[in-house]
Ligand binder design. Sequence first.
Ligand code: SF4
Length: 316
Amino acid sequence: MRPFTYERAKDPIEAARIVASRPGARFLAGGTNLLDLMKIQVETPTHLVDIQDLDLEKIEATKEGGLRIGALVTNTALASDERVRRDYGVLARAIVAGASGQLRNKASTAGNLLQRTRCPYFYDTNMACNKRTPGTGCAALGGASRQLGIIGVSSSCIANFPGDMPVALRLLDAAIETVDPEGQHRSIPIADFHRLWGETPHIETALRPGELITAVTLPAPVGGKHFYEKVRDRASYAFALVSVAAVIQPDGTGRVAFGGVAPKPWRIEQAEALLPQGAAAVTARAFQGATPTKANAFKLPLATRALASVIAQAKA
Ligand code: SF4
């Protein structure tokens, strides 16, 4: 691990100012991804601004009938919140499908949105990786790509976003609240939060330098039956090959988002409008223009089968 300095921020705007003004400074929340990456020198921050003393650990009802989830609410606290379990079942299910109990006790709501890809070449500093070191190339092209993305990827990077919770947040039309170093607050729809890689795969979100996530807001509950189906190589503590988050209404309409397939939670609203026609119709539209490799083309039929399973459960 490279040497770094450390401080604990007392105020969100102060934290944002420090990170914006010190080259190489980073926020530290649960640290479940960042510290791992620091140990192998994929991340080499010069200064860590620990935000754990900020008052960002509450889950509160909003006047619009939704919930405001503080950035530091742990995954365990969020998944076990009575209101989340009752009204946002897909979110609780997605969270408990991710990582391990130990990690969920520490991982934060904001950090979950910001976790880095698990592309094996990103973690190996001997390999070319445009995301880790811009302009060096992409070892995954022509390499091991079974786990990686099939749509929304580019010739610069074919990595996928690894998370589960953000797939459910996308389904629920969550918004990300932030504060910047000037004290300006903004709300970013989750659809706009994660970027497609294009030619700059090292820029992963819409956050500006020093901008700090303070909360995630959920609109009022949408009803229906909630599902999170995660297909992976082993039953626990593994990232999704494909996941399906869905809310299905009694008339067969609903919402669908996919994980494990793209640089961001993948939801195409025109595709979910085809839900009454069945899984194949939805995935044909959702994955129109997909560019899988030979090694991960299996994700296309897998997505259809996972969604068919969800639809069958909804009818049962
Ligand atoms: Fe790096 Fe992306 Fe290529 Fe993986 S797919 S090696 S993360 S540039």
